[in-house]
Design a protein around this ligand. Structure first.
Ligand SMILES: Nc1ncnc2c1ncn2[C@@H]1O[C@H](COP(=O)(O)OP(=O)(O)O)[C@@H](O)[C@H]1O
Ligand SMILES: [Mg+2]
Length: 242
């Protein structure tokens, strides 16, 4: 197995506000890695550090062996990382353009690609989320929460990233939709070969599709290992700091 993302002894936060302490985390090629933890634990900050939105104080973040800690977001994107931010997030930035249609959003996300590549990649995305085909001419502001999330993820996928980072993609979705969503996430890995770093509140479902898991509590990794070893009692104890 090759290490796609490798984080060592990461210390990070926002200005003087120190959030992450001594974080080690690896995503191997082809893996779905799940990050769990209570609210405010620093899960989003971890993803923000990888793409250069949060401040990295020390430690190392390597992508395919190349150091990327402290690089600007657009550089990290170029190196093959797609990031679908939690919505709403602390920066007040929506993860889609609400005045554009679904198709226009996908085109906007493909801005750096050749024309012939764009059509091909949008077709691939429609295979993962067939619903978006029906909705392609609808303005994003009229989409449901689930449809918006599908679009936001698709906007990352058209760039054919090596690593897709999803921050609570199923938050606020109806239970039936959540199951479907997790199938799509697995299909992204299985059919498109994209590795996934997934932050989730939906613990049980996330552990079903994850290969490995990390539990982050008050900025520190309290568990790293297989998903089978994490039953609900163990998780509850970890979340409570026991
Ligand atoms: N943009 C930001 N600026 C300053 N502090 C932030 C920012 N985003 C999050 N925080 C703080 O960092 C801590 C961790 O937050 P976050 O990473 O969002 O946790 P989680 O995603 O696990 O709920 C919290 O105390 C939060 O208030
Ligand atoms: Mg968060």
């Amino acid at each position: 197995m090759t290490e796609l993302l490798s984080i060592e002894r990461l210390e990070a936060g926002y200005g003087k506000f120190h959030v992450l302490f001594n974080v080690d985390l690896v995503v191997n090629s082809g893996e779905i890695v799940v990050v769990l933890g209570p609210n405010g634990a620093g899960k989003s900050t971890l993803l923000n550090s990888i793409v250069g939105i949060a401040d990295v104080y020390s430690g190392s973040i390597k992508l395919n062996g190349r150091e990327i800690a402290g690089r600007a977001p657009h550089e990290v994107t170029k190196l093959g990382v797609a990031y679908v931010m939690q919505s709403p997030n602390n920066f007040g930035t929506p993860n889609i353009f609400s005045e554009l249609t679904v198709y226009e959003n996908l085109i906007a996300a493909s801005a750096t690609l050749q024309k012939r590549e764009i059509t091909e990649r949008i077709e691939k995305v429609y295979e993962i989320f067939p619903k978006l085909t029906e909705l392609k001419n609808r303005k994003a502001k009229f989409l449901s929460g689930g449809e918006r999330q599908m679009l936001a993820i698709s906007m990352g996928l058209v760039k054919e990233p090596k690593l897709l980072m999803l921050d609570e993609p199923t938050a606020g979705l109806a239970p039936k939709l959540v199951t479907e969503f997790f199938k799509s996430i697995r299909a992204i890995r299985d059919n498109l070969g994209i590795s996934i770093l997934l932050v989730e509140q939906n613990v049980r479902k996330a552990l079903e599709i994850g290969d490995r898991a990390y539990v982050l509590v008050t900025g520190r990794i309290k568990y790293s290992g297989g998903v089978r070893e994490l039953d609900e009692e163990k998780l509850a104890n970890l979340f409570l700091g026991q």
